[in-house]
Ligand binder design. Structure first.
Ligand code: G3I
Length: 390
Protein backbone atom coordinates (compact mmCIF):
# COMPACT_ATOMS: atom_id res chain seq x y z
CA UNK A 1 0.00 0.00 0.00
CA UNK A 2 1.46 3.36 -0.96
CA UNK A 3 0.93 5.53 2.11
CA UNK A 4 2.54 8.54 0.46
CA UNK A 5 0.00 8.42 -2.29
CA UNK A 6 -2.73 7.94 0.28
CA UNK A 7 -1.42 10.87 2.30
CA UNK A 8 -1.23 13.02 -0.81
CA UNK A 9 -4.78 12.00 -1.67
CA UNK A 10 -5.95 12.79 1.83
CA UNK A 11 -4.20 16.15 1.72
CA UNK A 12 -5.79 17.10 -1.58
CA UNK A 13 -9.16 15.91 -0.24
CA UNK A 14 -8.62 18.19 2.72
CA UNK A 15 -7.69 21.07 0.44
CA UNK A 16 -10.77 20.33 -1.64
CA UNK A 17 -12.90 20.13 1.45
CA UNK A 18 -11.35 23.36 2.65
CA UNK A 19 -12.03 24.98 -0.70
CA UNK A 20 -15.65 23.94 -0.70
CA UNK A 21 -16.15 25.22 2.84
CA UNK A 22 -14.47 28.48 1.87
CA UNK A 23 -16.70 28.72 -1.19
CA UNK A 24 -19.75 28.13 0.93
CA UNK A 25 -18.57 30.84 3.30
CA UNK A 26 -17.97 33.34 0.54
CA UNK A 27 -21.16 32.69 -1.39
CA UNK A 28 -23.81 31.21 0.83
CA UNK A 29 -22.77 32.35 4.27
CA UNK A 30 -22.56 35.99 3.26
CA UNK A 31 -25.92 35.93 1.51
CA UNK A 32 -28.81 37.68 3.21
CA UNK A 33 -30.70 34.40 3.56
CA UNK A 34 -27.78 32.61 5.21
CA UNK A 35 -27.09 35.49 7.59
CA UNK A 36 -30.79 35.74 8.44
CA UNK A 37 -30.92 31.99 9.11
CA UNK A 38 -28.41 32.39 11.95
CA UNK A 39 -31.01 34.45 13.84
CA UNK A 40 -34.07 32.55 12.56
CA UNK A 41 -35.17 35.49 10.44
CA UNK A 42 -36.23 34.74 6.89
CA UNK A 43 -35.24 37.34 4.31
CA UNK A 44 -37.58 37.64 1.36
CA UNK A 45 -38.25 39.43 -1.88
CA UNK A 46 -41.21 39.99 -4.16
CA UNK A 47 -40.58 38.06 -7.36
CA UNK A 48 -41.81 38.55 -10.91
CA UNK A 49 -41.82 35.88 -13.65
CA UNK A 50 -38.60 37.43 -14.99
CA UNK A 51 -36.90 36.89 -11.64
CA UNK A 52 -37.48 33.16 -12.07
CA UNK A 53 -36.42 32.86 -15.72
CA UNK A 54 -33.54 35.28 -16.25
CA UNK A 55 -30.31 33.51 -15.22
CA UNK A 56 -28.78 36.39 -13.24
CA UNK A 57 -32.02 37.48 -11.61
CA UNK A 58 -32.98 33.93 -10.68
CA UNK A 59 -29.56 33.35 -9.17
CA UNK A 60 -29.99 36.38 -6.90
CA UNK A 61 -33.60 35.36 -6.16
CA UNK A 62 -32.54 31.93 -4.97
CA UNK A 63 -29.18 32.72 -3.35
CA UNK A 64 -30.11 35.80 -1.36
CA UNK A 65 -33.66 35.08 -0.22
CA UNK A 66 -35.44 32.37 1.75
CA UNK A 67 -39.00 33.65 1.19
CA UNK A 68 -40.70 34.71 -2.04
CA UNK A 69 -43.83 36.79 -2.48
CA UNK A 70 -45.42 36.80 -5.94
CA UNK A 71 -45.40 40.48 -6.90
CA UNK A 72 -48.58 40.09 -8.97
CA UNK A 73 -49.06 36.44 -9.89
CA UNK A 74 -51.52 35.45 -7.14
CA UNK A 75 -53.73 38.52 -7.44
CA UNK A 76 -57.32 37.94 -8.56
CA UNK A 77 -56.86 39.84 -11.84
CA UNK A 78 -54.05 37.46 -12.79
CA UNK A 79 -55.47 34.11 -11.65
CA UNK A 80 -59.02 34.52 -13.01
CA UNK A 81 -58.62 37.21 -15.66
CA UNK A 82 -61.31 36.72 -18.33
CA UNK A 83 -64.42 35.21 -16.74
CA UNK A 84 -65.52 33.43 -13.58
CA UNK A 85 -64.28 29.87 -13.35
CA UNK A 86 -61.54 30.19 -15.98
CA UNK A 87 -58.26 30.20 -14.13
CA UNK A 88 -54.67 30.79 -15.07
CA UNK A 89 -52.35 29.47 -12.40
CA UNK A 90 -49.20 29.41 -14.55
CA UNK A 91 -47.39 32.29 -12.88
CA UNK A 92 -48.39 31.30 -9.34
CA UNK A 93 -47.49 27.63 -9.92
CA UNK A 94 -44.10 28.61 -11.35
CA UNK A 95 -43.33 30.73 -8.33
CA UNK A 96 -44.33 28.10 -5.77
CA UNK A 97 -42.38 25.42 -7.65
CA UNK A 98 -39.30 27.66 -7.93
CA UNK A 99 -39.48 28.48 -4.23
CA UNK A 100 -39.72 24.83 -3.22
CA UNK A 101 -36.87 23.86 -5.54
CA UNK A 102 -34.69 26.43 -3.78
CA UNK A 103 -35.84 25.70 -0.21
CA UNK A 104 -37.68 29.01 0.00
CA UNK A 105 -41.03 29.60 1.66
CA UNK A 106 -43.88 31.53 0.05
CA UNK A 107 -45.87 34.51 1.27
CA UNK A 108 -49.17 34.34 -0.60
CA UNK A 109 -50.23 37.80 -1.79
CA UNK A 110 -53.06 38.84 -1.74
CA UNK A 111 -56.62 37.51 -1.38
CA UNK A 112 -58.81 40.55 -0.62
CA UNK A 113 -57.73 43.89 -2.07
CA UNK A 114 -59.56 46.69 -3.86
CA UNK A 115 -56.87 46.78 -6.56
CA UNK A 116 -56.02 44.42 -9.45
CA UNK A 117 -59.46 42.85 -9.53
CA UNK A 118 -60.64 41.29 -12.82
CA UNK A 119 -62.67 43.58 -15.07
CA UNK A 120 -65.52 41.08 -15.27
CA UNK A 121 -65.93 41.41 -11.50
CA UNK A 122 -65.77 45.19 -11.12
CA UNK A 123 -67.87 45.77 -14.23
CA UNK A 124 -70.45 43.25 -13.09
CA UNK A 125 -70.75 45.01 -9.74
CA UNK A 126 -70.95 48.43 -11.41
CA UNK A 127 -73.63 47.46 -13.93
CA UNK A 128 -75.66 45.52 -11.34
CA UNK A 129 -75.29 42.11 -13.02
CA UNK A 130 -73.47 40.91 -9.88
CA UNK A 131 -75.52 41.56 -6.74
CA UNK A 132 -74.20 41.59 -3.18
CA UNK A 133 -75.06 37.98 -2.40
CA UNK A 134 -73.33 36.87 -5.59
CA UNK A 135 -70.32 39.05 -4.84
CA UNK A 136 -70.00 37.45 -1.43
CA UNK A 137 -70.16 33.98 -2.99
CA UNK A 138 -67.59 34.97 -5.58
CA UNK A 139 -65.19 36.18 -2.88
CA UNK A 140 -65.76 33.08 -0.77
CA UNK A 141 -65.06 30.94 -3.83
CA UNK A 142 -62.00 32.93 -4.79
CA UNK A 143 -60.45 32.55 -1.34
CA UNK A 144 -61.38 28.88 -1.05
CA UNK A 145 -60.14 27.98 -4.53
CA UNK A 146 -56.82 29.78 -4.31
CA UNK A 147 -55.96 28.86 -0.72
CA UNK A 148 -56.97 25.21 -1.29
CA UNK A 149 -54.89 24.96 -4.44
CA UNK A 150 -51.72 25.80 -2.50
CA UNK A 151 -52.77 24.21 0.80
CA UNK A 152 -49.70 23.21 2.81
CA UNK A 153 -47.35 25.16 0.52
CA UNK A 154 -47.92 28.76 1.68
CA UNK A 155 -46.21 29.96 4.84
CA UNK A 156 -48.06 33.26 5.28
CA UNK A 157 -51.08 34.54 3.39
CA UNK A 158 -51.83 38.25 3.05
CA UNK A 159 -55.54 37.66 3.47
CA UNK A 160 -56.49 41.33 3.57
CA UNK A 161 -54.55 44.17 2.02
CA UNK A 162 -54.84 47.92 2.58
CA UNK A 163 -58.30 48.30 4.14
CA UNK A 164 -57.60 51.47 6.16
CA UNK A 165 -57.84 55.15 5.30
CA UNK A 166 -54.74 57.37 5.20
CA UNK A 167 -56.55 60.07 7.20
CA UNK A 168 -55.90 61.10 10.79
CA UNK A 169 -57.62 59.53 12.59
CA UNK A 170 -57.59 56.49 10.34
CA UNK A 171 -60.39 53.93 10.14
CA UNK A 172 -61.59 50.95 8.14
CA UNK A 173 -62.20 52.59 4.78
CA UNK A 174 -65.98 52.79 4.19
CA UNK A 175 -65.27 53.44 0.49
CA UNK A 176 -63.08 50.36 0.08
CA UNK A 177 -64.60 48.18 -2.67
CA UNK A 178 -65.19 45.24 -0.32
CA UNK A 179 -66.35 47.23 2.70
CA UNK A 180 -68.68 49.37 0.57
CA UNK A 181 -70.36 46.32 -0.97
CA UNK A 182 -70.19 43.67 1.75
CA UNK A 183 -69.75 45.66 4.97
CA UNK A 184 -66.96 45.36 7.58
CA UNK A 185 -68.06 41.82 8.49
CA UNK A 186 -66.23 40.68 5.34
CA UNK A 187 -62.93 41.15 7.20
CA UNK A 188 -63.59 38.36 9.73
CA UNK A 189 -65.26 36.22 7.07
CA UNK A 190 -62.20 36.38 4.81
CA UNK A 191 -59.94 35.10 7.59
CA UNK A 192 -62.39 32.32 8.46
CA UNK A 193 -62.73 31.22 4.82
CA UNK A 194 -58.94 31.21 4.38
CA UNK A 195 -58.45 29.24 7.60
CA UNK A 196 -61.00 26.64 6.51
CA UNK A 197 -59.09 26.15 3.25
CA UNK A 198 -55.63 25.88 4.85
CA UNK A 199 -55.61 25.59 8.64
CA UNK A 200 -51.78 25.56 8.77
CA UNK A 201 -51.05 28.79 6.88
CA UNK A 202 -50.34 31.93 8.89
CA UNK A 203 -53.02 34.46 8.01
CA UNK A 204 -52.01 38.12 7.94
CA UNK A 205 -53.44 41.59 7.67
CA UNK A 206 -51.08 43.58 5.40
CA UNK A 207 -50.87 47.36 4.96
CA UNK A 208 -48.52 50.32 4.59
CA UNK A 209 -47.77 52.97 7.23
CA UNK A 210 -49.11 50.79 10.04
CA UNK A 211 -45.90 50.64 12.06
CA UNK A 212 -45.25 54.29 12.69
CA UNK A 213 -44.12 55.41 9.23
CA UNK A 214 -46.74 58.15 9.17
CA UNK A 215 -45.22 59.79 12.24
CA UNK A 216 -48.60 60.37 13.87
CA UNK A 217 -49.21 56.65 14.37
CA UNK A 218 -52.78 57.30 13.15
CA UNK A 219 -52.84 54.30 10.87
CA UNK A 220 -51.16 52.10 13.46
CA UNK A 221 -53.91 53.00 15.93
CA UNK A 222 -56.60 51.98 13.44
CA UNK A 223 -54.79 48.77 12.47
CA UNK A 224 -54.17 47.86 16.10
CA UNK A 225 -57.83 48.42 17.03
CA UNK A 226 -58.96 46.35 14.05
CA UNK A 227 -56.72 43.36 14.73
CA UNK A 228 -57.33 43.56 18.48
CA UNK A 229 -61.03 43.29 17.75
CA UNK A 230 -60.45 40.30 15.46
CA UNK A 231 -58.34 38.57 18.10
CA UNK A 232 -61.03 39.25 20.74
CA UNK A 233 -63.63 37.64 18.46
CA UNK A 234 -61.33 34.62 18.01
CA UNK A 235 -61.07 35.23 14.29
CA UNK A 236 -58.18 33.13 12.91
CA UNK A 237 -55.68 35.94 12.31
CA UNK A 238 -52.02 35.07 12.97
CA UNK A 239 -49.95 38.00 11.80
CA UNK A 240 -49.66 41.62 10.81
CA UNK A 241 -47.54 42.57 7.81
CA UNK A 242 -46.18 46.08 7.67
CA UNK A 243 -45.28 46.83 4.06
CA UNK A 244 -42.45 49.27 4.82
CA UNK A 245 -42.57 51.44 1.68
CA UNK A 246 -40.49 54.43 2.79
CA UNK A 247 -39.78 57.71 1.00
CA UNK A 248 -36.81 59.87 1.96
CA UNK A 249 -38.90 63.03 1.71
CA UNK A 250 -40.90 61.91 4.76
CA UNK A 251 -39.70 60.95 8.22
CA UNK A 252 -38.95 57.54 9.61
CA UNK A 253 -38.47 56.55 13.22
CA UNK A 254 -37.30 52.98 13.79
CA UNK A 255 -37.96 53.25 17.53
CA UNK A 256 -41.64 53.90 16.84
CA UNK A 257 -41.68 51.05 14.33
CA UNK A 258 -40.23 48.71 16.95
CA UNK A 259 -42.81 49.78 19.53
CA UNK A 260 -45.64 49.28 17.07
CA UNK A 261 -44.43 45.84 15.99
CA UNK A 262 -44.17 44.90 19.68
CA UNK A 263 -47.73 46.12 20.27
CA UNK A 264 -49.10 43.78 17.57
CA UNK A 265 -46.99 40.99 19.03
CA UNK A 266 -48.49 41.66 22.46
CA UNK A 267 -51.83 40.50 21.01
CA UNK A 268 -50.27 37.09 20.37
CA UNK A 269 -49.63 37.79 16.69
CA UNK A 270 -46.53 37.32 14.56
CA UNK A 271 -45.32 40.35 12.64
CA UNK A 272 -43.39 40.76 9.40
CA UNK A 273 -41.96 43.48 7.19
CA UNK A 274 -43.49 42.53 3.87
CA UNK A 275 -42.67 45.04 1.11
CA UNK A 276 -39.66 47.10 2.20
CA UNK A 277 -38.14 49.69 -0.09
CA UNK A 278 -36.83 53.24 0.30
CA UNK A 279 -37.48 55.57 -2.62
CA UNK A 280 -36.19 59.02 -3.36
CA UNK A 281 -36.18 61.57 -6.17
CA UNK A 282 -33.70 60.79 -8.91
CA UNK A 283 -32.29 63.13 -11.51
CA UNK A 284 -33.66 61.91 -14.78
CA UNK A 285 -34.66 63.01 -18.23
CA UNK A 286 -36.68 60.04 -19.38
CA UNK A 287 -40.00 58.49 -18.52
CA UNK A 288 -38.40 55.36 -17.12
CA UNK A 289 -36.71 57.47 -14.44
CA UNK A 290 -33.27 56.25 -15.45
CA UNK A 291 -30.98 58.30 -13.24
CA UNK A 292 -28.68 60.69 -15.09
CA UNK A 293 -25.83 59.54 -12.91
CA UNK A 294 -25.33 55.87 -13.61
CA UNK A 295 -26.05 53.76 -10.55
CA UNK A 296 -22.73 52.00 -11.20
CA UNK A 297 -20.88 55.28 -10.97
CA UNK A 298 -18.79 55.17 -7.82
CA UNK A 299 -18.69 58.90 -7.38
CA UNK A 300 -19.95 59.84 -3.94
CA UNK A 301 -22.82 61.82 -5.46
CA UNK A 302 -24.61 58.63 -6.33
CA UNK A 303 -23.32 55.87 -4.11
CA UNK A 304 -23.63 58.02 -1.06
CA UNK A 305 -27.29 57.63 -0.32
CA UNK A 306 -26.66 57.05 3.35
CA UNK A 307 -30.20 57.88 4.36
CA UNK A 308 -31.65 55.11 2.21
CA UNK A 309 -29.16 52.56 3.57
CA UNK A 310 -29.86 53.81 7.07
CA UNK A 311 -33.62 53.54 6.69
CA UNK A 312 -33.43 50.01 5.26
CA UNK A 313 -31.25 49.23 8.22
CA UNK A 314 -33.70 50.83 10.64
CA UNK A 315 -36.53 48.65 9.37
CA UNK A 316 -34.39 45.53 9.62
CA UNK A 317 -33.26 46.44 13.13
CA UNK A 318 -36.86 47.05 14.19
CA UNK A 319 -37.76 43.59 12.98
CA UNK A 320 -34.70 42.02 14.61
CA UNK A 321 -35.61 43.68 17.91
CA UNK A 322 -38.98 41.94 18.02
CA UNK A 323 -38.87 38.19 18.62
CA UNK A 324 -42.20 37.70 16.86
CA UNK A 325 -40.94 39.31 13.61
CA UNK A 326 -40.59 36.24 11.41
CA UNK A 327 -39.64 37.65 8.02
CA UNK A 328 -38.16 40.74 6.41
CA UNK A 329 -39.14 41.05 2.76
CA UNK A 330 -38.07 43.64 0.21
CA UNK A 331 -40.49 44.54 -2.61
CA UNK A 332 -38.20 43.40 -5.42
CA UNK A 333 -34.45 43.73 -5.19
CA UNK A 334 -33.33 45.68 -8.26
CA UNK A 335 -34.05 49.15 -9.60
CA UNK A 336 -34.62 47.91 -13.16
CA UNK A 337 -37.86 46.15 -12.16
CA UNK A 338 -39.07 48.49 -9.46
CA UNK A 339 -42.74 49.51 -9.25
CA UNK A 340 -41.66 52.92 -7.91
CA UNK A 341 -41.01 54.98 -11.10
CA UNK A 342 -44.37 53.88 -12.49
CA UNK A 343 -46.21 54.95 -9.37
CA UNK A 344 -44.27 58.02 -8.17
CA UNK A 345 -43.17 60.36 -10.91
CA UNK A 346 -39.52 61.33 -10.59
CA UNK A 347 -38.72 58.83 -7.86
CA UNK A 348 -36.66 55.65 -7.90
CA UNK A 349 -33.35 54.30 -6.54
CA UNK A 350 -35.50 52.34 -4.09
CA UNK A 351 -33.92 48.90 -4.10
CA UNK A 352 -30.92 46.91 -2.89
CA UNK A 353 -29.36 46.42 -6.35
CA UNK A 354 -28.91 48.97 -9.14
CA UNK A 355 -30.22 48.55 -12.69
CA UNK A 356 -27.05 46.63 -13.60
CA UNK A 357 -27.61 44.26 -10.68
CA UNK A 358 -24.71 45.55 -8.64
CA UNK A 359 -25.43 45.52 -4.90
CA UNK A 360 -25.79 49.07 -3.51
CA UNK A 361 -24.94 50.38 -0.03
CA UNK A 362 -28.52 49.52 0.87
CA UNK A 363 -27.63 45.85 0.37
CA UNK A 364 -24.38 46.13 2.32
CA UNK A 365 -26.20 47.80 5.21
CA UNK A 366 -28.59 44.87 5.55
CA UNK A 367 -25.76 42.39 5.17
CA UNK A 368 -23.69 44.05 7.90
CA UNK A 369 -26.60 44.32 10.30
CA UNK A 370 -27.47 40.66 9.78
CA UNK A 371 -23.81 39.70 10.27
CA UNK A 372 -23.81 41.44 13.63
CA UNK A 373 -27.29 40.29 14.59
CA UNK A 374 -26.25 37.29 16.72
CA UNK A 375 -25.10 39.97 19.18
CA UNK A 376 -22.24 40.68 21.47
CA UNK A 377 -20.95 37.95 23.78
CA UNK A 378 -22.10 38.31 27.36
CA UNK A 379 -19.50 39.94 29.49
CA UNK A 380 -18.82 38.85 33.03
CA UNK A 381 -16.19 38.09 35.63
CA UNK A 382 -13.97 40.29 37.73
CA UNK A 383 -12.57 42.38 34.87
CA UNK A 384 -16.01 43.26 33.62
CA UNK A 385 -17.90 43.82 36.85
CA UNK A 386 -18.89 47.43 37.08
CA UNK A 387 -21.60 49.65 38.36
CA UNK A 388 -23.95 50.92 35.71
CA UNK A 389 -22.73 54.48 36.25
CA UNK A 390 -19.01 53.70 35.84
O1 G3I B 1 -49.31 42.98 -17.24
C1 G3I B 1 -49.77 44.22 -17.78
C2 G3I B 1 -49.28 44.38 -19.20
O2 G3I B 1 -49.85 43.38 -20.01
C3 G3I B 1 -49.69 45.76 -19.70
O3 G3I B 1 -49.17 45.96 -20.96
C4 G3I B 1 -49.17 46.83 -18.77
C5 G3I B 1 -49.62 48.23 -19.19
O4 G3I B 1 -49.67 49.12 -18.10
O5 G3I B 1 -49.64 46.59 -17.46
C6 G3I B 1 -49.24 45.34 -16.94
O6 G3I B 1 -49.76 45.21 -15.66
C7 G3I B 1 -49.12 45.96 -14.65
C8 G3I B 1 -48.76 45.00 -13.51
O7 G3I B 1 -48.21 45.71 -12.42
C9 G3I B 1 -47.75 43.95 -13.96
O8 G3I B 1 -46.56 44.55 -14.31
C10 G3I B 1 -50.07 47.03 -14.12
O9 G3I B 1 -50.31 48.00 -15.13
C11 G3I B 1 -49.49 47.69 -12.91
O10 G3I B 1 -50.47 48.56 -12.35
C12 G3I B 1 -49.14 46.64 -11.87
O11 G3I B 1 -48.52 47.30 -10.77
C13 G3I B 1 -48.43 46.56 -9.58
C14 G3I B 1 -49.16 47.32 -8.46
O12 G3I B 1 -49.01 46.60 -7.25
C15 G3I B 1 -50.64 47.49 -8.75
O13 G3I B 1 -51.19 48.29 -7.75
C16 G3I B 1 -46.96 46.42 -9.22
O14 G3I B 1 -46.31 45.60 -10.18
C17 G3I B 1 -46.82 45.80 -7.83
O15 G3I B 1 -45.48 45.90 -7.42
C18 G3I B 1 -47.68 46.57 -6.84
O16 G3I B 1 -47.57 45.91 -5.59
C19 G3I B 1 -48.27 46.50 -4.51
C20 G3I B 1 -48.65 45.38 -3.57
O17 G3I B 1 -49.37 44.39 -4.25
C21 G3I B 1 -49.47 45.92 -2.39
N1 G3I B 1 -48.76 46.97 -1.72
C22 G3I B 1 -48.29 48.05 -2.56
C23 G3I B 1 -47.45 47.51 -3.71
C24 G3I B 1 -46.86 48.63 -4.53
O18 G3I B 1 -47.88 49.33 -5.18
Amino acid sequence: MNFRLMAAGAASALILAGASIADEASTTLSSLRALGARVQLRIGTAASPLDLSDPTLSQITSEQFSVLTPENEMKWQVVEPQMPGVFNWTGADNLVNFAEAHRERVRGHTLVWHNQLPNWLTQGVNDGSINEAQLRDLLHNHITTEVSRYRGRIWQWDVLNEMLTDSNPSQINPKDFWIAHLGPGVIADAFRWAHAADPEALLCYNDYNIAGEDGSNAKFNAAFAMVQNLVAQKVPIDCVGDQGHLDLQFGFNPILMTQDLRAYASLGLKVAITEADVRTFVETTDNNQTPIVSPTDTTPSHTANPAAADWYNGMLQSCLAVRECISFTVWGFDDSESWVPGAFHGEGDADLYDVNLNPKPQYTALQQTLSLAPGAPHRGGRDHDHDEDD
